[in-house]
Design a protein around this ligand. Structure first.
Ligand code: 0A1
Ligand code: ZN
Length: 880
């Protein structure tokens, strides 16, 4: 909790550290009441520091200091002082050994930062600034040190004792304790330190690296979860191979450990050779885990593994550079998932997240560049902007350089900076140096916030056979950035004729990037206004723009329905095909809003019918093309947002479509049924996705036979994807069976917390009236626990963030509910509190009555006397 107004930290204030820590020796004695931490740090003045006589200032938060010594001599109270979160020692030699003992109470640590207990085991979370909750230290990523860690604990309660690096020794001690010693030869910042102690079962495997070294792979879980580790293990081995093949990166130690914990603020953490995972991102088996869950495990396991190079071997100089490791690593894990499954589906999913959550963040009060200039609380900056937009920026570099030069650039980056803490600028420079391609203007993507808009128009000249694309770019003002300089935007285009793509001859060849065939080009858009003229165009084309979503921008082109239909039917680019379907769906919804009736255009019904019947198409793409734009996406493009109007219009269009295509949907449902054994393959996942999309449409018709279909799917499916999809349909209907289904489901899975979280979520997302009451009741359910972030996200997070109609009930009751929960969590877990708060911060988008009610709740939060810096930053910025 803050004692004064929290201060803002600026990138422009960055200075190299005054001291370095060559080695760090830690001894943990883990106890039932408290834990003692003894550190011995080999320190010296940094020869590059500006001031050679500066005092030593160590970070430390909520620590009980037991003793402090320099070169073996205990310091008297007069020799050190404390100010805020700093311990200051005025007179220190140029090199010395600092010894320190602190006492912690991990059992009482509900923030889940630093050392804490989860389901009886000790574990740590140190990114970004959690290490300072363990001992006094230079807790900043540019201070890298070689760690040796001794762990002493009761051997019955904590038979497994783990830390980073290699196991040096393991011994039994007197009085029922055991001790292990770990040594990590790679210098690392404190945020990558980890410790685990508990009664854990283990799944073992091995991986032989490209140079023939054998690596022991271990996944540590609770005994009851041993049957849910296969998918994570397979994903890990696939990721290790993929990083060798695609990036030439080999694993660098003989051991790689993953530990699953129940209570975790985020998805997982890439601590050197000891990754700690939220159980939700590592455990999976068909009976308990949906297809999306399987894919998440694969993606997160790969993401954390890839950090070993992009994050650990080469780390960040300071937290303003967070996207250096996160944007690059998300780019890497997205390419991996794409290679493991369906590339177009993965792309559509990523773009959907970007265009809803990230575009909303970029248009809201917390908008920030992927390399922010300032922050109050770094935990608030683990955002979709840093991660997803950051990945898009790396992806654009990949597009501008092409795969070979990009690989040359990444090789140079890793070689040049191995073992260093560097900046986003270092990354861009390596890409520039390796490729010879000028990225000067491209750097604006790192420094400017906001989503650029591309206004494009096209004119065909029948006489000269030319087609001119006129492109205007702009970017809205964001907090602290009223004016934006033009961006360098790679715009991938093709021209679609009656019979397919036309050859492209562009006037001024230097304006574009060559691609594999001459029917697609990547235009270098760099001016505020720019024309691109295509020659020898034999017929009036329909432009296919931003192919593959080549840049994170809002594209505006005034397509006619006929043009969109041509793209939806014929475009060879899967993303653009899907985007055309979304655009057509949007037109139907807009006309339903205007007319208060859903009279669908016959051509729209026809194209949907044809897609449904076309068995040559990827079933997952068919499902995605049939799903209308989500309410979250609609809220990004229809302003001001009338949540209820949008919901009603969208539901009425969905129902009209279901009515028109009833037989085709039923046929499709039957065709996609299968008795084969579950596998998380792209092909099976696609089929289940289409089948369940068809079912959700049919359920809108409120016919008994379709309800029966859902009931029977719920009763007979053995995999969680189909069971949960059926349960969700029933919960959102007036089917009598729904209460019984919920009850049966709970009884069957009450001992599986991750399944019960899905049970909470499906109820929290019900769009029928009365859901707030249900959510409040479920908060008193014995299976709910507000200290567990997964449960908070499943119930409160899903209700407030993904259930528009109920969250925005006109009496403002749900706003009040959310503010109450934020105030409660502000004390126990500030990181979760400030994340939960996000839906309220978007108040400016809504109708005046909603705005007023939301604003009042934000003010109520701000008036709380003991706000954490996390919540303070988000609330105060959203009220500005
Ligand atoms: N670096 C991790 C994410 C992470 C960030 C912060 C955490 O605690 C505040 C925990 C994990 C990743 O990108 O996977
Ligand atoms: Zn990451």
């Amino acid at each position: 909790m803050r004692d004064a107004q929290p201060s803002t930290i600026f990138l422009s204030d960055y200075r190299v550290p005054d001291f370095l820590i060559d080695s760090t020796h830690l001894q943990f004695e883990l106890g039932e009441d408290s834990t003692s931490v003894c550190s011995v740090l080999a320190m010296r003045r940094n020869p590059d520091a500006a001031e050679q006589g500066a005092p030593l200032k160590l970070h430390g938060t909520e620590l009980e200091l037991i003793s402090l010594a320099i070169d073996g001599r205990q310091l008297s109270d007069a020799e050190w002082s404390q100010s805020g979160e700093e311990l200051i020692i005025d007179n220190v030699p140029s090199s010395f050994s600092l010894s320190c003992e602190t006492r912690l109470r991990p059992q009482e640590n509900t923030s889940l930062e630093g050392l804490y207990k989860s389901s009886g085991m000790f574990c740590t979370q140190c990114e970004a600034e959690g290490f300072r909750k363990i001992t006094y230290y230079l807790d900043r990523p540019d201070v890298m040190s070689v760690f040796t860690v001794e762990i002493i604990a009761d051997k019955e309660r904590y038979p497994v004792l783990l830390s980073n690096g290699n196991l040096m020794s393991s011994e039994e001690q007197a009085s029922g304790k055991s001790k292990t010693v770990w040594h990590d030869p790679f210098p690392k910042p404190a945020y990558l330190f980890a410790l685990v102690a508990g009664k854990l079962a283990v799944v073992d495997d091995q991986f032989v690296t490209m140079n023939g070294r054998c690596v022991d792979l271990k996944i540590y879980v609770e005994e009851k979860d041993l049957d849910k580790c296969d998918h994570a293990m397979l994903s890990l081995k696939n990721a290790m191979r993929w990083d060798e093949e695609v990036y030439g990166r080999e694993y660098d130690l003989d051991i790689f450990n993953i530990v699953a914990v129940d209570d975790f603020n985020m998805g997982a953490m890439e601590n050197k050779s000891l990754n700690i995972f939220n159980t939700s991102c590592v455990l999976a088996k068909p009976e308990t885990t949906t297809d999306a869950g399987f894919q998440r495990v694969e993606g997160v396991v790969a993401h954390e593994y890839f950090h070993n190079w992009s994050g650990n071997r080469v780390t960040c100089r300071d937290w303003f550079q967070l996207s250096l490791k996160e944007g690059f690593t998300v780019f890497r894990d997205a390419a991996f998932s794409s290679d493991m499954g369906s590339p177009t589906v993965k792309r559509v999913e990523d773009v959907t997240l970007l265009r809803t959550a990230q575009f909303a963040e970029d248009a809201g009060p917390m908008a920030h560049p992927i390399r922010p200039d300032s922050f109050i609380e770094i935990s608030n900056f683990y955002t979709v902007t840093i991660y997803e937009k950051g990945a898009e920026v790396v992806r654009m570099i990949h597009t501008l350089l092409g795969p070979e030069l990009f690989r040359k650039g990444s090789d140079l980056y890793f070689d040049r900076h191995d073992g260093q803490a560097v900046t986003c600028e270092d990354f861009v420079l390596a890409m520039e140096d390796a490729s010879g391609i000028d990225l000067q203007q491209f750097r604006n993507w790192y420094s400017q916030a906001g989503t650029p808009q591309l206004m494009v128009s096209g004119v065909y000249d029948e006489q000269t056979k030319t087609y001119t694309l006129s492109v205007k770019q702009s970017c809205p003002a964001t907090p602290g950035q009223p004016q934006k300089a033009p961006y360098h935007i790679p715009l991938a285009v093709a021209l679609i004729g009656e019979a397919g793509q036309l050859p492209l001859n562009l006037d001024g060849v230097e304006a574009d990037i060559e691609t594999a065939d001459n029917t697609e080009r990547v235009l270098n858009v760099s001016l505020a206004e720019q024309d691109f003229v295509f020659k020898d165009v034999e017929e009036e084309p329909v432009p296919s723009l931003l192919r593959g979503f080549s840049a994170p921008v809002k594209l505006v082109f005034d397509y006619s329905r006929a043009q969109l239909l041509r793209l939806m039917r014929n475009d060879s680019d899967g993303f653009c095909r899907w985007d055309a379907s979304q655009h057509l769906g949007l037109l139907e919804i807009k006309s339903a809003i205007a007319t208060q009736a859903a009279l669908l255009e016959p051509e729209y019904i026809d194209v949907c019918r044809d897609i449904l019947a076309d068995t040559s198409l990827d079933a997952a793409m068919v499902a995605l093309m049939l799903q209308l734009p989500s309410e979250a996406y609609l809220a990004e493009i229809i302003h001001p947002v009338d949540v209820h109007g949008i919901h009603l219009a969208r539901e009425s269009v969905r129902k009209a479509l279901a009515n028109a295509l009833k037989d085709e949907l039923m046929a499709c449902y039957s065709r996609c049924q299968s008795n084969e054994e579950y596998a998380a393959t792209a092909e099976q996942i696609a089929r289940r996705s289409l089948k369940n999309t068809a079912l959700s449409f049919l359920m809108l018709l409120q016919e008994d036979r379709f309800t029966q279909l859902a009931v029977s799917q719920f009763d007979t499916s053995s995999n969680m994807t189909d069971r949960l999809a059926a349960l969700s349909c029933l919960v959102n209907s007036d089917a009598e069976y729904k209460a019984e289904a919920l009850q049966l489901f709970y009884q069957q899975w009450q001992h599986e917390p991750l399944v019960i979280n899905q049970w909470f979520q499906v109820q929290a997302m019900c769009h029928l009236p009365g859901t707030l009451k249900t959510v409040k009741e479920l908060m008193s359910h014995p299976a709910f626990d507000i200290r567990n972030p997964n449960k908070v996200r499943a119930l409160i997070g899903a209700f407030c963030g993904q259930n528009g109609v109920n969250f925005h009930s006109e009496d403002g009751a749900a706003y009040r509910f959310l503010a109450d929960q934020v105030l409660l969590l502000n004390r126990s877990n500030p990181q979760i509190a400030s994340r939960l708060l996000v839906p309220l911060t978007k108040w400016r988008k809504y109708l005046p009555a909603a705005q007023k009610l939301m604003y009042a709740e934000l003010e109520r939060i701000l008036s709380e006397p003991e706000l954490s810096s996390d919540v303070y930053e988000v609330v105060s910025k959203s009220l500005q």
